[in-house]
Structures are given as C-alpha cells and as structure tokens.
Design a protein around this ligand. Structure first.
Ligand code: 13P
Length: 258
C-alpha cells in the first residue's frame, strides 16, 4: 500500500497578494524538482488566490483555499462560494480548522455542510480535527476525535471519503512550537484510520491521506513522515518562508522514500 505524501502550506491570515506572488515564485524555483514525487498545495488567503493561481499553472503545485461557504450562492455578505474557488482553479479547501471552530463558531455540523458542499462542487476538502490540551490531559483524545469525525464527516459517502484528506492537528501543538512526538501523532493517526475502516471499510481506510499539523518544521518533518500512518503535513508558520518550506518538503520526502 503506498500513499503519496501530501504536504500543504496553510498561510492563514498572512501575506498580501503582492507578497504572496513574490514568495510563490521563489518557492516554485526551489520545489519544482520534487513536485511530481509528492503532492504539494499552497493555501494563501482568498485575496491572493487569483494571482497565485496564475503562477502555479503547469508547475505541479496545487492551489488550496482556507475556507468556503456551506451555501451555494446568494445574499451572504462576505462569504466565498465553492464555485468562486473552482473558477480560480482551486483544488483543495481546508475545512473546520481549529481556528475557525474556536474563533468563528464552526460546529461539526457546519464543518460537515462545508465538506459536503466542497465535494459536490468538485473541490477536495482537507477536514481538520484535533483535541485541546485539557482534553488530552483528561485522557479524552480518542473520544474527542471519534465525536469530531462522526459529526464533521456526516453525509460523506465512501466514494467521497477517497477524495477527502484528514488533517490531525492537536490544538496544543498549533503555533506553539510544541510538536506532538512522532509516536503521539502516530497513535492518533492509527486510531483515525481505524475509525475510517469501521465506517467505510479497510480498502478505503488504506487509501485515505491523513496529514499531521502542529509546529511542523524542516527539523522534524522527516521523523513525522517516517511513521506508518502519517501521510503528509498541514503546515502553518513554517510554510510562510519559501526557502524553509522547500527544505521541509525535501526532508519529508527523503525520509518517506528511504
Ligand atoms: P503551525 O504549523 O504554525 O503550528 O500551524 C499548524 C496549522 O494550524 C496548520 O493548519
């Protein structure tokens, strides 16, 4: 069973369109050699998607968005629809990031509506799940993950599950510099794959890409990717610098192919 590594950079609310264009061009020069061996996506803010999309054309590096509306179109001031993203050649969309859950009140129900909207519209969702520090310390990690999966993946068919990426992002590891150890992450990834297997069957579970996210950097991407159920990374801070992000990807690829 071989799953192709998938590393995505989530730029969050960073970089203007001009800054993004400059950094993407630099990144492409550095990453072009590995773009075929590994799936790579960049997820800039909405305002930079158009310009970044033009630069990524024919490079093998894909474009992702950080959010979408759960509704199709209409009077929803400030929202961005799946069709608008598709029109800019966006391929992936991050759904249910913990920052959206925490600061913008996204519930599992909203996350599942967004994921289903993405899938119906031909976008590939990256659905984020993960526990807080309190939950981990109370030994509730598995319980929380299982509940999030039940709620956030509601309505996703077996066929659509194969188009869905899961990002396990322990909230205590996001932006804190405190990475989960490879063993800690592997334990949860194996659990996630077990739930997928129980719900969708072993064959589907064996194909689903499960990324790890939370303080991934060039210095630890290799050891994380060496774990059997870690198939990639969703990278925040360390994806902002084109040189560092290219190095992170090369280190991950090197270990994964050893
Ligand atoms: P950091 O890599 O900055 O910890 O962020 C992780 C993340 O939230 C990616 O979506």
């Amino acid at each position: 069973m071989s799953r192709k590594l998938f590393i995505a950079g989530n730029w969050k609310m960073n970089k203007t369109a001009s800054e993004a264009a400059e950094d993407v061009s630099k990144f492409i020069d550095l990453a072009l050699g590995v773009a075929g061996k590994i799936n790579i996506a960049l997820c800039p803010p909405f305002t930079a998607l158009d310009r970044v999309s033009l630069i990524l054309e024919n490079t093998g590096v894909e474009l992702g968005a950080q959010n979408l509306s759960e509704v199709e179109s209409g009077a929803y001031t400030g929202e961005v629809s799946a069709a608008m993203l598709r029109d800019l050649n966006v391929k992936y969309v991050i759904v249910g990031h913990s920052e959206r859950r925490q600061y913008f009140g996204e519930t599992d129900e909203v996350v599942s509506l967004k994921a289903n909207r993405a899938l119906q519209s031909g976008l590939l969702p990256i659905i984020c799940i993960g526990e807080t520090l309190e939950e981990r310390e109370a030994n509730k990690t598995f319980e929380v993950i299982q509940a999030q999966m039940k709620g956030s993946f509601a309505g996703i068919s077996k066929e659509d599950m194969l188009k869905t990426t899961i990002a396990y992002e322990p909230i205590w590891a996001i932006g804190t510099g405190k990475t989960a150890t490879p063993e800690q992450a592997q334990e949860v990834h194996a659990f996630i794959r077990k739930i997928i297997s129980e719900t969708y069957g072993a064959k589907t579970a064996a194909h689903v890409i499960i990324q790890y996210g939370g303080s991934v950097k060039a210095a630890n991407s290799g050891e994380l990717m060496a774990m059997p159920d870690i198939d990639g990374a969703l990278v925040g801070g360390a994806s902002l610098d084109p040189v560092g992000f290219a190095e992170l990807i090369k280190n991950a690829l090197q270990v994964a192919t050893e």
